[in-house]
Design a protein around this ligand. Structure first.
Ligand SMILES: [Zn+2]
Length: 150
């Protein structure tokens, strides 16, 4: 499929779409649009929190939401590492990668998020065995455990 020029759904800037499903010029606009969708969705009364099964974009922003919350809590969203972690999270949420590619993304996200949240490199990621087998959930649990001891 040839590359095509199209306007970004969020900011209107014309950019080169590398995928036919591409809608935004970059991660910033994609996350901004997702944020606005969530804000709009939560504006109404008694909005169901549960995402409908079989929706077109199931759990698409799940990882990004978690990462953004952690970064916001730590006031690290507006850092290079914070934005890098968000970009990785969005990429994971897109489910464009699978197998080892996805695993690499998850590992990169874990490392980047750790950097963003601590400002210093962690000695190793292998200190604790995964508790759930879900690296993102494990990451969040480790984070909460760390917070609980301080
Ligand atoms: Zn844009």
């Amino acid at each position: 499929m040839p590359l095509s020029q199209r306007p970004c759904d969020q900011c209107g800037t014309t950019y080169t779409a590398t995928r036919s499903t591409s809608r935004y010029c970059g991660a910033a606009c994609r996350s901004a649009a997702a944020r606005e969708r969530r804000a709009a969705a939560s504006a109404g009364p008694e909005q169901a929190v549960v995402e409908p099964a079989g929706a077109d974009e199931p759990r698409r922003t799940a990882v990004e939401q978690m990462v953004r919350k952690q970064l916001d809590d730590a006031h690290r969203t507006d850092t290079v590492d914070g934005q890098s972690a968000l970009a990785l999270a969005i990429r994971i949420d897109e489910r464009q990668d699978s197998g080892s590619g996805l695993a690499s993304l998850v590992n990169a996200l874990r490392a980047t998020l750790s950097l963003a949240l601590t400002g210093v490199a962690l000695p190793t990621e292998d200190e604790q065995p995964p508790a759930t087998g879900d690296p993102i959930i494990d990451l969040q649990e480790r984070r909460e455990r760390r917070r609980g001891t301080s």
